[in-house]
Ligand binder design. Structure first.
Ligand code: KET
Length: 442
């Protein structure tokens, strides 16, 4: 019988012998050629190190200490140290659940159309001429990282220059995302450890001597990890240099609203570059400013010279996305669209966002005061001067290791502290640890 033959084939695959008369099985004794013996075909695979940022959370989770503190990943916590789901997000989700007409069909390759339009308005401004002239194409992507990756893959295929210049230092994932997309990564000077500020001269020199047409990665605001942003005048100089040299700006906007508490102010550098009529890319993330970390919701916008180019660029973005993940998930983008579309929810969001930004700013003040009260050697004014989620403390990797070992404080080895993970209750513990680390090494 055909079915017996099929079972026989299956049985031989599984190393089982069938007796078709009785339909009972007996195990075949292990044979050296059966394919299930010996070493794994993956036995040469070496263990990779943990990610420098997300690996900090892995180590933190393993620590049984009750006083442990995770200041590694940039994820907002309340003053009670708990993750926060914004009220507007809860409301939007309730609306979505109550709407029985909503279905779970595939989105288009480019994502939710409303979400894309609203995201472009959020970063470029409601009255942006580039949007009105239809020369912006926006595609929904997997949060900020996915938007950077899709943008980079597009550039590697369709842009004449493969070099991308990234700031030194920058978010640790940037060089990996761009290299794997096929771009060649160079750095430009950005941070001056001596002044704990911007190395503006070095930046201008390095971008001034960048290969012609090079792509330039810029943090739109709240530079990670340094917390150091150019002033508006410096941004204007950077813009002039980039445009006069024909370089292509690629903005990473992961913290819109987190720097100043204002969505519009934090978008100014991007808008300045759009206003001159030139072309650029922007990767947006809603992980931090809407607290949608695990929903993986973001957008890539490419501002083009005219609507015709924008249409053709979008058609090629679809060819990048389709074989990568086909089309993006629907839930997070729907939450964002509900909030951005409704004036009341939008206003509520801006208030909650401002509260998050303000709490981080107050943590800066509290940590600074606590170090001053302890007479900790050194000038700690950068803690209150730096912008956004992180303080780039200047602590070295041995001091960080000491703080982790002795105080159970977890942070990245470059001395970056996520201020959003700190609370009034934990500031004294952190200040004690920093004081001990600094005086011990001194
Ligand atoms: N850009 C920057 C500058 C950035 O700091 C992050 C995340 C991202 C993009 C990507 O975020 P996404 O979740 O893909 O929207 N940074 C924090 C989390 C991480 O490393 O994944 C961090 O630096 O802690």
């Amino acid at each position: 019988m055909a079915s017996d033959r099929r079972i026989g084939v299956l049985a031989r695959h599984l190393g089982v012998e069938m007796d078709f008369e009785s339909h009972t099985a007996t195990a075949i004794s292990a044979s050296p050629t059966s394919g299930f013996q010996g070493n794994s075909v993956f036995s040469h695979v070496v263990r990779a190190p943990e990610d420098p940022i997300l690996g900090v959370t892995v180590a933190y989770n393993k620590d049984p200490s009750p006083v442990k503190l995770n200041l590694g990943v940039g994820a907002y916590r309340t003053d009670e140290g708990k993750p926060l789901v914004l009220n507007v997000v809860r409301k939007a989700e309730q609306q979505l659940v109550n709407d029985r007409s909503r279905v779970k069909e595939y989105l288009p390759i480019t994502g939710l159309a409303d979400f894309n339009k609203l995201s472009a308005k959020l970063i470029f401004g409601a009255d942006s001429p580039a949007i009105q002239e239809n020369r912006v194409t926006t595609v929904q992507c997997l949060s900020g990282t996915g938007s950077l990756r899709v943008g980079a893959e597009f550039l590697a295929r369709h842009y004449h220059q493969r070099t991308i210049c990234i700031p030194q230092p920058t978010w640790g994932n940037h060089p990996k995302v761009f290299t794997l997309a096929g771009l060649s990564v160079k750095t430009y000077r950005y941070y001056d450890p001596a002044t704990r500020g911007l190395n503006f001269q070095g930046l201008l020199e390095d971008l001034g001597s960048a290969p012609s047409g090079a792509i330039v990665l810029l943090h739109a605001c709240a530079h990670n990890p340094t917390g150091v942003d150019p002033t508006p005048q410096q941004w204007e100089n950077i813009r002039q240099l980039i445009r006069s040299k024909g370089l292509l700006p690629f903005f990473d906007s992961a913290y819109q609203g987190f720097a100043s508490g204002s969505l519009d102010s934090d978008a100014q550098p991007v808008r300045m570059f759009v206003a001159d009529g030139g072309e650029l890319l922007v990767a947006q993330s809603y992980a931090k400013n809407m607290g949608l970390y695990g929903e993986r919701v973001g957008a890539l916008s490419i501002v083009c010279r005219n609507a015709d180019v924008a249409g053709r660029v979008e058609s090629q973005l679809k060819l990048v996305i389709r074989p990568m993940y086909s089309n993006p998930p629907i839930h997070g983008a729907s939450i964002v669209a509900v909030i951005l579309k409704d004036r009341n929810l939008y206003n509520e969001w801006t208030i909650e966002l401002k509260a998050m930004a303000d709490r981080i700013i107050s943590m800066r003040r509290q940590l600074f005061d606590a170090l001053r009260a302890r007479g900790t050697p050194g000038d700690w004014s950068h803690i209150i001067k730096q912008i956004g989620m992180f303080t780039f403390t200047g602590l070295n990797s041995e001091q960080v290791a000491f703080m982790t070992k002795e105080y159970h404080i977890y942070m990245t080895y470059d001395g970056r502290i996520s201020m959003a993970g700190l609370s009034s209750k934990t500031v004294p513990h952190l200040a004690d640890a920093i004081h001990a680390a600094v005086t011990r090494a001194a």
